[in-house]
Design a protein around this ligand. Structure first.
Ligand SMILES: *[C@@H]1O[C@H](CO)[C@@H](O)[C@H](O)[C@H]1NC(C)=O
Ligand SMILES: *[C@@H]1O[C@H](CO)[C@@H](O)[C@H](O)[C@H]1NC(C)=O
Ligand SMILES: *[C@@H]1O[C@H](CO)[C@@H](O)[C@H](O)[C@H]1NC(C)=O
Ligand SMILES: *[C@@H]1O[C@H](CO)[C@@H](O)[C@H](O)[C@H]1NC(C)=O
Ligand SMILES: *[C@@H]1O[C@H](CO)[C@@H](O)[C@H](O)[C@H]1NC(C)=O
Ligand SMILES: *[C@@H]1O[C@H](CO)[C@@H](O)[C@H](O)[C@H]1NC(C)=O
Ligand SMILES: *[C@@H]1O[C@H](CO)[C@@H](O)[C@H](O)[C@H]1NC(C)=O
Ligand SMILES: [Fe+2]
Length: 447
């Protein structure tokens, strides 16, 4: 090395080492944690993302081809985590309007100044029922040990699903490590959630700091113009022949945050079910499907509520003493067909059940059954691993503790198909059922 090169090299090192570079910092203002969700009608799609630095612009460039000739702007809101570092994240929401039902769109999101996400695509919701509605349903998927993640990423990008239902409990927990677990989880699901609507409900693992992580980061269908409101806790949407309702069971257990929310949600559920049952609505969306985290019934042996034969009694029959806001009767009265739950890290299919009694159909358990069908699908994988089963209950049809997720196909007004995929067995289908209904509506004991 010549002297002059040596001097230059020293000089270079001084410059480099005196620069305050932290390699853990994100590139300033880059969009991350990108995910989409359905709006209230097929003309809408909501794009939500995060920047870890202050970026005031929220822009989606999109189009029917990769020229991205359309541009929509939205709003940013500041989310401040309640951990010791009080980290701030910038939540960007853009509502895409006037989409053509069933049309594929390409998009990226970000801002002119601070840069753009990778290119993604989605298909706007169809506005008819002449197609097979296909979805994946699961709960309890963490940032660690997310066993179903790779298969879900693959099947999503191959176009196997129209949307996802994540039945609560994610990241484990979103608020951990000053909300970095939430960031990591949201980045991990981006490879699913940036392509198809990622529809969620809240679980107990989102309860810290008044559910604020969950509240801040999702954008469920809302009638208000500002997404990320109470609709994140209870909402519904129509897609094909299905009316799908997401709600919070956690309001019943984290009452330190207020009882109001239980009452508000109950009132909303009743109104929503009433409306969904107006004859022209029920004719268009005959299937009413609910999802929420804690199950009414379960048979796992490491959960007191399941060991107690009454199950999660607050959800089923209401709060103690006042016996109010129970959901089992409400749902049966309004003829809910199918109820998805999670929380137990396993898969359980139930016979049609109401008030702890099995009400099979007359020519097969699931052919015109006289009660809602419950599915508990909480085995997508998290650091808490499996929950073992105890003795089957009279309403237990099938128990499985493999990691996995549920696929649901709604074929038409009468035929709905479910199957359970096992990750432990390389994607093998370990259970399936057809729910067949010649009519939908209130069950016989209400007539
Ligand atoms: C969907 O169909 C309904 C009924 O035919 C119609 O009123 C509505 O405008 C359509 N929406 C879109 C986005 O095309
Ligand atoms: C964002 O807007 C605020 C308020 O107008 C302003 O103080 C801030 O400098 C802006 N930040 C950036 C990164 O442009
Ligand atoms: C953004 O804010 C404006 C004004 O506050 C509002 O009209 C608009 O609907 C908001 N957009 C979103 C996507 O929330
Ligand atoms: C928790 O958040 C809800 C809004 O989601 C609010 O109405 C309630 O007052 C909050 N409770 C507490 C104790 O902060
Ligand atoms: C549930 O069944 C019990 C008897 O097993 C009965 O006393 C009770 O009234 C029933 N409740 C409802 C809501 O039907
Ligand atoms: C419901 O149907 C299933 C499947 O045929 C059967 O195993 C079960 O015993 C039936 N239960 C009742 C209460 O009829
Ligand atoms: C509904 O879908 C099922 C399953 O594909 C099919 O067997 C049945 O014929 C369909 N019914 C109608 C009315 O199209
Ligand atoms: Fe849970």
């Amino acid at each position: 090395m010549t002297l002059i090169n040596g001097i230059l090299l020293c000089f270079f090192f001084i410059i480099v080492s005196s620069k305050p570079i932290s390699f853990n910092d994100p590139i300033f203002g880059q969009p991350e944690q990108i995910h989409i969700s359905y709006g209230l009608d097929p003309s809408l799609m909501i794009v939500t993302w995060v920047t870890l630095n202050e970026v005031n612009d929220s822009i989606v460039e999109y189009g029917e081809d990769d020229m991205l000739s359309q541009r929509a702007t939205g709003n940013v809101s500041i989310f401040q985590d309640d951990g010791t570092e009080k980290r701030r994240e910038y939540i960007h929401r853009v509502v895409l309007r006037d989409l053509r039902p069933g049309q594929r769109y390409f998009y990226h999101c970000g801002s002119d100044v601070y840069g753009w996400s990778p290119l993604f695509w989605f298909t706007a919701m169809r506005n008819d029922s002449n197609f097979v509605l296909r979805t994946a349903v699961y709960g309890d998927m963490g940032k660690d040990n997310a066993q179903s993640m790779t298969r879900l990423q693959e099947e999503t990008q191959l176009g196997h699903f129209d949307f996802i239902l994540h039945v609560g409990d994610m990241a484990y927990n979103m608020d951990s490590d000053n909300a970095r677990y939430g960031d990591e989880f949201m980045n991990a699901i981006e490879s699913i959630a940036a392509y198809i609507p990622y529809m969620t409900c809240v679980g107990n693992h989102e309860s810290n700091y008044n559910f604020s992580q969950y509240f801040a980061k999702f954008s469920m269908p809302s009638s208000k113009n500002t997404y990320g409101d109470d609709a994140n806790f209870f909402y519904s949407f129509n897609v094909g022949p299905a009316h799908i309702i997401g709600f919070s069971t956690e309001f019943y257990y984290y009452t330190q945050y207020g009882f109001d929310q239980i009452a508000n949600q109950y009132e909303w559920l009743e109104q929503d079910l009433k409306k969904a049952n107006e004859p022209e609505n029920r004719a268009r969306q005959p299937w009413i499907i609910t999802m929420a985290h804690k199950p009414m019934y379960c048979s796992n042996n490491d959960d007191d509520e399941c060991l107690n034969t009454d199950g999660y009694i607050y959800i089923r029959t209401g709060l103690p003493y006042i016996q109010a806001y129970g959901l089992e009767k409400l749902f049966a009265q309004y003829g809910v067909d199918l109820e998805f739950w999670a929380h137990e890290h396993s898969y359980e299919r139930l016979w049609p059940v109401y008030n702890s009694t099995v009400y099979n159909g007359t020519s097969g358990a699931y052919i015109d059954p006289d009660a809602p069908v419950h599915i508990i699908t909480g085995s997508a994988g998290c650091d808490e691993r499996h929950d073992p089963f105890g003795v089957p209950r009279p309403w237990t049809a099938y128990q499985n503790t493999d990691y996995g997720y549920t696929r649901m196909n709604v074929y038409n007004a009468s035929h709905l198909y479910l199957e359970q995929v096992s990750d432990d067995q390389g994607g093998k289908v370990v259970d399936n059922m057809w729910l067949i209904k010649s009519k939908h509506g209130s069950y016989s004991y209400f007539k």
